[in-house]
Design a protein around this ligand. Structure first.
Ligand SMILES: CC(C)(COP(=O)(O)OP(=O)(O)OC[C@H]1O[C@@H](n2cnc3c(N)ncnc32)[C@H](O)[C@@H]1OP(=O)(O)O)[C@@H](O)C(=O)NCCC(=O)NCCS
Length: 203
Protein backbone atom coordinates (compact mmCIF):
# COMPACT_ATOMS: atom_id res chain seq x y z
CA UNK A 1 0.00 0.00 0.00
CA UNK A 2 1.48 3.43 -0.89
CA UNK A 3 2.17 5.69 2.08
CA UNK A 4 0.73 9.21 2.30
CA UNK A 5 3.79 11.43 1.73
CA UNK A 6 2.63 13.98 4.33
CA UNK A 7 2.90 11.53 7.21
CA UNK A 8 6.34 10.43 6.03
CA UNK A 9 7.68 13.83 7.03
CA UNK A 10 8.02 12.35 10.52
CA UNK A 11 11.22 10.40 10.47
CA UNK A 12 10.89 7.12 12.34
CA UNK A 13 11.93 6.02 14.82
CA UNK A 14 11.56 9.13 16.95
CA UNK A 15 14.32 8.98 19.53
CA UNK A 16 13.67 10.20 23.05
CA UNK A 17 16.15 9.91 25.92
CA UNK A 18 14.65 6.68 27.27
CA UNK A 19 12.48 5.38 24.45
CA UNK A 20 12.17 4.87 20.72
CA UNK A 21 8.84 5.54 19.06
CA UNK A 22 8.29 3.43 15.97
CA UNK A 23 5.54 1.78 13.98
CA UNK A 24 4.27 -1.40 15.63
CA UNK A 25 5.25 -4.78 14.28
CA UNK A 26 4.47 -8.41 15.01
CA UNK A 27 7.30 -8.52 17.53
CA UNK A 28 5.25 -6.22 19.77
CA UNK A 29 2.25 -8.53 19.97
CA UNK A 30 3.39 -10.61 22.95
CA UNK A 31 4.20 -7.48 24.98
CA UNK A 32 0.90 -5.86 24.05
CA UNK A 33 -1.05 -8.97 24.95
CA UNK A 34 0.62 -9.24 28.35
CA UNK A 35 -0.02 -5.59 29.05
CA UNK A 36 -3.69 -5.79 28.03
CA UNK A 37 -4.14 -8.74 30.38
CA UNK A 38 -2.84 -6.77 33.35
CA UNK A 39 -5.94 -5.99 35.41
CA UNK A 40 -4.80 -2.39 35.91
CA UNK A 41 -4.66 -1.85 32.13
CA UNK A 42 -7.91 -3.67 31.57
CA UNK A 43 -9.80 -1.44 33.96
CA UNK A 44 -8.11 1.75 32.77
CA UNK A 45 -8.89 0.94 29.16
CA UNK A 46 -12.54 0.32 29.88
CA UNK A 47 -13.44 3.29 27.69
CA UNK A 48 -10.63 3.10 25.18
CA UNK A 49 -10.18 3.04 21.44
CA UNK A 50 -9.11 -0.57 21.54
CA UNK A 51 -11.91 -3.01 20.90
CA UNK A 52 -12.24 -6.12 23.01
CA UNK A 53 -11.20 -8.14 19.96
CA UNK A 54 -8.02 -6.09 19.57
CA UNK A 55 -7.18 -6.51 23.22
CA UNK A 56 -7.54 -10.27 22.87
CA UNK A 57 -5.61 -10.34 19.61
CA UNK A 58 -3.25 -7.33 19.42
CA UNK A 59 -2.05 -8.37 15.95
CA UNK A 60 -5.33 -6.88 14.68
CA UNK A 61 -4.36 -3.60 16.27
CA UNK A 62 -0.93 -3.77 14.62
CA UNK A 63 -2.53 -4.30 11.20
CA UNK A 64 -5.07 -1.54 11.69
CA UNK A 65 -2.38 0.88 12.86
CA UNK A 66 -0.22 0.25 9.78
CA UNK A 67 -3.19 0.77 7.43
CA UNK A 68 -4.17 4.01 9.18
CA UNK A 69 -0.57 5.20 8.95
CA UNK A 70 -0.34 4.46 5.23
CA UNK A 71 -3.56 6.41 4.61
CA UNK A 72 -2.17 9.36 6.58
CA UNK A 73 -5.02 9.22 9.09
CA UNK A 74 -3.28 8.49 12.39
CA UNK A 75 0.28 8.25 13.63
CA UNK A 76 0.10 5.62 16.38
CA UNK A 77 3.44 4.35 17.54
CA UNK A 78 4.83 1.70 19.83
CA UNK A 79 6.88 3.01 22.72
CA UNK A 80 10.01 0.89 22.98
CA UNK A 81 12.09 1.01 26.14
CA UNK A 82 15.67 1.68 25.12
CA UNK A 83 17.08 -0.48 27.89
CA UNK A 84 14.83 -3.48 27.45
CA UNK A 85 14.12 -3.21 23.72
CA UNK A 86 10.55 -4.21 24.59
CA UNK A 87 7.28 -2.57 23.69
CA UNK A 88 6.19 -0.80 26.88
CA UNK A 89 3.28 1.24 25.58
CA UNK A 90 1.70 3.21 22.78
CA UNK A 91 1.52 6.90 21.99
CA UNK A 92 -0.18 8.49 19.05
CA UNK A 93 -1.46 11.47 17.16
CA UNK A 94 -4.96 10.34 16.24
CA UNK A 95 -7.05 12.07 13.62
CA UNK A 96 -4.63 14.05 11.47
CA UNK A 97 -6.75 16.82 9.98
CA UNK A 98 -4.59 18.04 7.11
CA UNK A 99 -7.10 20.64 5.96
CA UNK A 100 -7.33 22.55 9.25
CA UNK A 101 -3.88 21.47 10.43
CA UNK A 102 -4.98 19.99 13.71
CA UNK A 103 -4.73 16.71 15.55
CA UNK A 104 -7.96 15.39 17.01
CA UNK A 105 -6.36 13.54 19.88
CA UNK A 106 -3.03 12.92 21.54
CA UNK A 107 -3.49 9.44 22.97
CA UNK A 108 -1.36 7.10 25.04
CA UNK A 109 -1.20 4.19 27.37
CA UNK A 110 1.69 2.64 29.19
CA UNK A 111 2.29 -0.83 30.59
CA UNK A 112 1.53 -0.52 34.34
CA UNK A 113 5.01 -1.78 35.23
CA UNK A 114 6.37 1.49 33.83
CA UNK A 115 3.87 3.95 35.29
CA UNK A 116 4.92 7.09 37.14
CA UNK A 117 8.39 7.33 35.66
CA UNK A 118 7.54 10.19 33.33
CA UNK A 119 7.76 7.94 30.26
CA UNK A 120 4.36 8.86 28.80
CA UNK A 121 5.09 12.53 29.26
CA UNK A 122 8.45 12.05 27.57
CA UNK A 123 7.09 10.14 24.56
CA UNK A 124 4.16 12.54 24.20
CA UNK A 125 6.36 15.62 24.32
CA UNK A 126 8.39 14.37 21.37
CA UNK A 127 5.25 13.43 19.46
CA UNK A 128 3.77 16.89 19.99
CA UNK A 129 7.00 18.46 18.77
CA UNK A 130 6.87 16.36 15.61
CA UNK A 131 3.24 17.35 15.08
CA UNK A 132 4.10 21.03 15.14
CA UNK A 133 7.51 20.95 13.48
CA UNK A 134 7.25 18.20 10.87
CA UNK A 135 3.56 17.79 10.21
CA UNK A 136 2.87 21.52 10.32
CA UNK A 137 -0.07 21.13 12.70
CA UNK A 138 -1.41 24.24 14.43
CA UNK A 139 -3.31 22.59 17.23
CA UNK A 140 -3.48 19.32 19.15
CA UNK A 141 -6.59 18.32 21.07
CA UNK A 142 -6.84 15.70 23.76
CA UNK A 143 -9.18 14.60 26.50
CA UNK A 144 -9.14 12.57 29.66
CA UNK A 145 -11.81 11.01 31.78
CA UNK A 146 -12.52 12.90 34.98
CA UNK A 147 -10.93 10.74 37.64
CA UNK A 148 -8.06 9.61 35.38
CA UNK A 149 -5.58 11.59 37.45
CA UNK A 150 -2.50 10.26 35.67
CA UNK A 151 -3.81 11.14 32.21
CA UNK A 152 -4.91 14.61 33.35
CA UNK A 153 -1.46 15.11 34.89
CA UNK A 154 0.31 14.14 31.66
CA UNK A 155 -1.67 16.69 29.63
CA UNK A 156 -1.15 19.47 32.17
CA UNK A 157 2.59 18.75 32.43
CA UNK A 158 2.90 19.12 28.64
CA UNK A 159 1.17 22.50 28.71
CA UNK A 160 -2.28 21.50 27.45
CA UNK A 161 -4.93 24.04 28.39
CA UNK A 162 -8.29 22.86 29.72
CA UNK A 163 -11.00 24.12 27.39
CA UNK A 164 -14.14 22.51 28.69
CA UNK A 165 -15.95 19.35 29.61
CA UNK A 166 -18.10 16.97 27.67
CA UNK A 167 -20.63 16.19 30.35
CA UNK A 168 -21.48 12.54 31.02
CA UNK A 169 -19.77 11.58 27.77
CA UNK A 170 -18.89 8.01 28.71
CA UNK A 171 -20.42 5.35 30.91
CA UNK A 172 -17.81 3.38 32.83
CA UNK A 173 -19.02 0.52 35.00
CA UNK A 174 -22.52 1.95 34.98
CA UNK A 175 -21.44 5.45 35.96
CA UNK A 176 -21.74 8.36 33.53
CA UNK A 177 -18.50 10.36 33.55
CA UNK A 178 -17.35 13.65 32.08
CA UNK A 179 -14.53 13.95 29.59
CA UNK A 180 -12.22 16.88 30.31
CA UNK A 181 -11.26 18.58 27.04
CA UNK A 182 -7.85 20.11 26.33
CA UNK A 183 -6.04 21.91 23.53
CA UNK A 184 -2.42 22.79 22.82
CA UNK A 185 -0.81 25.30 20.45
CA UNK A 186 2.84 25.26 19.50
CA UNK A 187 3.83 28.07 21.84
CA UNK A 188 2.11 26.34 24.77
CA UNK A 189 4.16 23.12 24.63
CA UNK A 190 6.39 23.43 27.68
CA UNK A 191 10.11 23.62 26.97
CA UNK A 192 11.72 20.20 27.29
CA UNK A 193 14.12 21.44 29.92
CA UNK A 194 11.28 22.44 32.27
CA UNK A 195 9.89 18.92 32.43
CA UNK A 196 10.85 17.06 35.58
CA UNK A 197 11.37 13.86 33.57
CA UNK A 198 13.79 15.53 31.20
CA UNK A 199 17.19 13.94 30.79
CA UNK A 200 19.35 15.36 28.01
CA UNK A 201 17.74 14.79 24.60
CA UNK A 202 19.53 12.34 22.32
CA UNK A 203 22.08 14.05 20.10
C1 LIG B 1 -2.26 7.68 31.74
C2 LIG B 1 -0.95 6.90 31.63
C3 LIG B 1 -0.62 6.70 30.16
C4 LIG B 1 0.15 7.69 32.32
O1 LIG B 1 1.36 7.01 32.12
P1 LIG B 1 2.68 7.31 32.97
O2 LIG B 1 3.83 6.80 32.15
O3 LIG B 1 2.54 6.80 34.33
O4 LIG B 1 2.68 8.91 32.96
P2 LIG B 1 3.83 9.86 33.54
O5 LIG B 1 4.69 9.11 34.48
O6 LIG B 1 4.47 10.56 32.39
O7 LIG B 1 2.95 10.94 34.34
C5 LIG B 1 1.97 10.50 35.24
C6 LIG B 1 1.68 11.61 36.24
O8 LIG B 1 0.45 11.31 36.89
C7 LIG B 1 0.63 11.42 38.27
N1 LIG B 1 -0.31 10.52 38.92
C8 LIG B 1 -0.42 9.20 38.80
N2 LIG B 1 -1.43 8.74 39.55
C9 LIG B 1 -1.97 9.82 40.16
C10 LIG B 1 -3.05 10.01 41.07
N3 LIG B 1 -3.79 8.98 41.49
N4 LIG B 1 -3.32 11.26 41.49
C11 LIG B 1 -2.59 12.32 41.06
N5 LIG B 1 -1.56 12.20 40.17
C12 LIG B 1 -1.26 10.97 39.75
C13 LIG B 1 2.07 10.98 38.48
O9 LIG B 1 2.54 11.41 39.75
C14 LIG B 1 2.74 11.70 37.33
O10 LIG B 1 2.92 13.08 37.58
P3 LIG B 1 4.32 13.69 38.12
O11 LIG B 1 5.35 13.35 37.09
O12 LIG B 1 4.04 15.15 38.20
O13 LIG B 1 4.59 13.04 39.42
C15 LIG B 1 -1.05 5.52 32.31
O14 LIG B 1 -1.54 5.70 33.61
C16 LIG B 1 -1.96 4.57 31.56
O15 LIG B 1 -1.53 3.89 30.64
N6 LIG B 1 -3.21 4.50 31.93
C17 LIG B 1 -4.16 3.64 31.25
C18 LIG B 1 -4.52 4.15 29.86
C19 LIG B 1 -5.07 5.56 29.88
O16 LIG B 1 -5.71 5.97 30.82
N7 LIG B 1 -4.76 6.29 28.79
C20 LIG B 1 -5.22 7.65 28.64
C21 LIG B 1 -6.60 7.75 28.12
S1 LIG B 1 -6.88 6.81 26.67
Amino acid sequence: MPIDPRIRRVQLPIETPRTLLRLPNRGDVADLRRSFRDPRTASALGASLHSTQERRDPSRMVRRTLQEYARGEHLSLSVIGRESGRCIGRAGLRGLDWKWKKVESLSYWMDPRYWDQGLTTEASWFLCREAFQRLGMRRISSSALEGNAASLAVLRKLGFVQEGRERQAVVVKGRAMDMVLFGLFRKELVPWKSLACAPAPPS
